[in-house]
Design a protein around this ligand. Structure first.
Ligand SMILES: [Zn+2]
Ligand SMILES: [Zn+2]
Length: 361
């Protein structure tokens, strides 16, 4: 059944604000039981309280310290930051309209800078998708904090159409604060390629939002022996290589793709195939429910979870990390909505819920 036929709410009038103001819309239903980690934390707290009442003296101090440690570990699990996806640790925070910064430490990269979370500061490469403040607002702080820590000037990639304004903005901050704000600002256009490490390149791709925007694919680079030389022995290959013959092909494998804010249109754009076959696709699902339907999402230049279901056949990715949920949702709403995806999708979809309220705290 086409998803759109299940939508009943009339489309809301478009408004000028680039994102939805936070408000308390009716939430999706909340699961009846808490997560195992939350349950463990609650149980540890109960045991700790019971113990504190029962015991006294030196031994009770040791017991209490152990129980406290157990409680602390359980709480840390509840508040665990980041997700492990396909061999990559991915951290960051992404709340629609408020802040988006996704960090992949093993790629030394941050995608968008949000309000500049601490984790982003140590990444040498920053990829900016568009100029909404929830994605670029933290840029001066990112540069200033790196200066404070004596870190090398980072390389910041921006869509070419905003480079001049970003330079002006940074110049104003330099004048006001009398701080250097060192940066290598790179205007990288859709389809262009830039080597960020000898085994990694980046290439922007087209996304569709309410202002100019682009996503980024990071590729791993490896050299593979050309087929016609596959039958040769090691010494023969070495000889060929020394004679100056190009014996290898360069293979680019899309590892991580990040869309930033976008409508679902990017999915059907043929030139975006690499984003849809990257090992990990990090994309957005700002809206999840029927009250804020697909029309509503499109009016604001965003994607609805229902559209991801509709386009399921196009995603060749091993994992999809969903971000940028509206702040109207609770962590539990997000988990519930994602669990309702068709099995083919739900097995590879992970939600980044850092920064969202939970019904348990
Ligand atoms: Zn946004
Ligand atoms: Zn935006």
């Amino acid at each position: 059944m086409p998803i759109s036929s299940t939508l009943s709410s009339p489309s809301l009038p478009s408004h000028f604000f680039p994102f939805d103001p936070p408000h308390a819309a009716p939430r999706l239903t909340v699961p009846s039981s808490s997560s195992p980690a939350a349950a463990a934390a609650a149980a540890a707290a109960d045991r700790f309280r019971a113990l504190a009442i029962k015991k006294s003296g030196f031994l009770s101090v040791i017991d209490r310290a152990m129980e406290e440690e157990e409680y602390r570990r359980a709480r840390a699990e509840v508040r665990r930051k980041g997700v492990d996806v396909e061999g990559y640790l991915i951290e960051g925070v992404s709340v629609g309209g408020h802040e988006t910064c996704v960090v992949v430490p093993s790629l030394n990269s941050a995608f968008d800078i949000g309000r500049c979370p601490a984790k982003a500061v140590h990444q040498d490469f920053l990829f900016i998708t568009h100029a909404h403040l929830d994605h670029i607002g933290g840029l001066p702080m990112y540069l200033a904090t790196r200066g404070l820590y004596n870190l090398k000037p980072p390389t910041v990639f921006v869509p070419p159409c905003i480079k001049e304004d970003v330079e002006k903005l940074l110049q104003i901050h330099r004048t006001m604060s009398q701080v250097e704000l060192k940066v290598e600002l790179v205007a990288l256009d859709v389809g262009e390629t830039y080597e960020i490490r000898n085994d990694l390149v980046v290439r922007p791709f087209r996304t569709r939002h309410v202002i100019p925007s682009q996503g980024y694919v990071i590729y791993s680079v490896r050299n593979k022996l050309k087929k016609q030389y596959a039958h040769l022995k090691g010494t023969q290959i070495k000889k060929l290589k020394l004679s100056g013959v190009q014996i290898t092909d360069t293979i680019l494998s899309p590892e991580v793709a990040f869309t930033g804010d976008t409508m679902s249109d990017f999915i059907i754009e043929p030139r975006n195939a690499d984003a849809l076959r990257a090992k990990i696709l990090i994309t957005e699902a700002t809206f999840l429910d029927e009250e804020n339907d697909i029309n509503h999402a499109r009016e604001h230049g965003h994607m609805h979870l229902f559209e991801i279901m509709e386009h399921a056949q196009w995603f060749r990715n091993k994992a999809i990390l969903l971000t940028h949920f509206s702040s109207r949702y609770y962590t539990e709403d997000i988990r519930l909505a994602v669990s309702k995806l068709q099995p083919k999708l739900s097995s590879k979809v992970v939600a980044l819920t850092e920064g969202f309220r939970s019904v348990y705290n």
